[in-house]
Design a protein around this ligand. Sequence first.
Ligand SMILES: [Zn+2]
Ligand SMILES: [Zn+2]
Length: 241
Amino acid sequence: MAKITEGIYAIQGMDEFIPDSHTYVIGEPSSMDLSIIDVGLAGKGRYKIQSILKDGVELTAIKRIIMTHTHFDHIGCISEVLKEIPHAELWVHEAEAELLERGDDRAVYGMDMFKSMCQMQYGLSSDAFRLTVHRKLKGDEKLMLGNMEWEIIHIPGHSSGGIALYNREKKVLIPGDVVYADYAIGRFDLFGADAKELRNSLMKLSKLEVDMLLPGHNQLVKGLPSDYISRTLKMWEPYLI
Ligand SMILES: [Zn+2]
Ligand SMILES: [Zn+2]
């Protein structure tokens, strides 16, 4: 894992022909109350777990997996990871949690064509993502996780139950696939996506003071310009209608 700052660690996604999301581990190591944010693509569970173990983190210290959203590139290896840490709780925004619990995987694959491709490529059964969710997030929670305060912000648009995690003290934002480096934003053409909601979500994020942007893919940015998210929104606004 790469240490981003005290209590925040990153494992780079290992992209194949499908991208693998970055995985973040948050919480003070001594707290024994760590959270994994997004496990990543199918087949990457071993790589992610090995990266955690290499840094001497005990798997018993990991208490939960929080999903920024439930796309395949973010939760594909969830069963692989749960085999190693079966005690971990699953936390997801309620909008996507309800789909997972019903075994409705439209929010996982986003579109039918991608579903059949993934199932074939990874040998996944049709109920591979029927999961029990332990905590359904609503947005606006302030959570003490590993001795750090994290705010949950509901940012739909890329998906219906997308969330960001925000640490106000360190000015760190983990926005999933809603906003990336290089003025890029998440796509808004998949199941559950909505361009207008994405616009509102970017607007919400633009009001935060963010020094470190830790997105689901591509570069992590330290020293983010203060108007970065609002400039990104301005660029994309004509398309977000
Ligand atoms: Zn996504
Ligand atoms: Zn993604």
